[in-house]
Design a protein around this ligand. Structure first.
Ligand SMILES: [Zn+2]
Ligand SMILES: [Zn+2]
Length: 87
């Protein structure tokens, strides 16, 4: 669950399944073969983490890929789409 790398563009902590930085949208550089190891279940870890840190109504879906995104995410970690900020 711990972040393993940090964005070299903005310093945001990145998770191993993040394809794009959630802070700036910069593409991450997964190790060769990492793509095949990405599993949707990994996203559940982030959701669980969010459920523990928030109270209600904070989960949204990416407008492009429909992936789950967290309220602090400026960009989708799956497709890099810019996320609207409504707070
Ligand atoms: Zn970044
Ligand atoms: Zn997306």
């Amino acid at each position: 669950m711990a972040a393993s790398t940090f964005c070299d563009h903005c310093g945001m902590a990145l998770y191993s399944d993040d394809v794009y930085c959630v802070g700036c949208g910069n593409p991450t550089n997964p190790a060769p073969g990492n793509e095949a190891q990405r599993r949707p279940e990994r996203r559940s870890t982030r959701v669980v983490l969010a459920l523990k840190t928030g109270s209600h109504g904070f989960l949204t879906a990416c407008v492009r890929c429909g992936g789950e995104v967290l309220p602090g995410d400026a960009y989708c970690q799956l497709c890099g789409a810019r996320l609207p900020r409504d707070v």
